[in-house]
Design a protein around this ligand. Sequence first.
Ligand code: AKG
Ligand code: FE2
Length: 352
Amino acid sequence: MNDPRDNTAVPNGNVSPSTPAHLPTVDISRLNGSPQDRALFIAELRRILHEHGFFYLTGHGVPPSLVDGMLAASKQFFALPEAAKLEISMLKSPHFRGYNRAGLEMTGGKQDWREQVDFDCEEAALTIGPDTPAWKRTIGPNLWPSALPEFKSVVLGYQAQMTRVAIDVLKAIALALGQSEDVFAPMYEPMPRQHLKILRYPGRDAAGSEQGVGAHKDGGLITILLQDTVAGLSVQAEDGSWIDAPPVPGTFVVNTGELLELATNGFVRADVHAAAVPPAGVERFSIPFFLGASHENTVPVIDLPPELKKIERGVSTDPHNPIFREVGANHLKARLRSHPDVAALHYPDLSA
Ligand SMILES: O=C(O)CCC(=O)C(=O)O
Ligand SMILES: [Fe+2]
C-alpha cells in the first residue's frame, strides 16, 4: 500500500477559518434499493467524487459495538504507562509498525503533535537478499502490547471490517465511474494493504506544536476515518477554502487517496486535509484506516467514458514528492519520509 502519511508541498498548519459548508453524505445501502434509487445514487456519487473526494458514509453495516470496542481499546492503550507503550516502539520495527510518541512523525517537514500506533496486514517478514526490492523490507508482523492481551483481537477484527467497508466503497466508486464493480480489483488483489492508525491528539496545553497533522493527501486508494467526539479535521475544497468535518455519530468520513486520483487521471479528487490540535485540556481520538493497493502491482489508468474523460483534471506532479505508479516503491518512499528516525535505524542505505 502506498503510505497515507504522504507529505505534500502545500502550506502547513494555519488552517484558515472554516466556511460553514458541509461535506456531503453518501448512504451506500442505496445500492440495494430500487433500480431508480440505485441509478440516482450512482449519479450523485459520481458528482461527489469529482467535486470533493471527501464524504460522510452511512448505511455501511458496521455494528456500533465494534466501533465502540475499538475506541475503548484505543483509549485503554493510550492510558498505559509510557514504558508499556514504548514496548512496541516503531523503532523496533523495520516494517513501520508500532507506537510513536507525539512529535515523531513529520508532515510537510514539521512535527505532527499526536501519539499513534500503526498496524498493517498481519504477516511474516520476508527473507531479504541483496537483489530483493527494498520495499519488501516493509513486510512483517505488527507489534502488540503485552499489557493489553485482548488488544490484538479487537484491532484485527476492526481492521477486517474496515477492509470490507473500503472494498464496498471502491466497488460503488467503480460503478459511479461507469465501470464494472471490480475494475479496481487488479490494483488491490492479491493482498490489499490494510494500514490502520490509532491516534491521540493531546490538548493545546500539552502540545509542542500547532500542527495535529499537517496538510496532506492520503497516499492509498481510500481512507475510512472514525472520529471520537472531538472535532479537528478540516478538508480543503477545490476553490481553496477549508470545510470542517466534525464527527457525526454512526458515520465514517471517507476520502479518496492519491492512488485513486492517479488511476482516474484526476477525475476523482484526493483532497488535501489537516487536523488541528484540540483546545487546552481536551484530547481527541481518531482512527483512520487506509486501504491501499497490493505492493507488487502497478497503478493503471482506467479508461473512463468520454463524458467523464473530458473533465479529468490530470495529475499534478510535485518534484519534491513524486508519486510512483509502482505501488511497493511508492509505499516505501512515503514511509521513509514520514518516519526519519525509523529510516535512519533500519534503512541507513536508503535514508539521507
Ligand atoms: O485525525 C484526523 O482526523 C485525520 C488524520 C489524517 O488525516 C491522517 O492520519 O492521514
Ligand atoms: Fe489523512
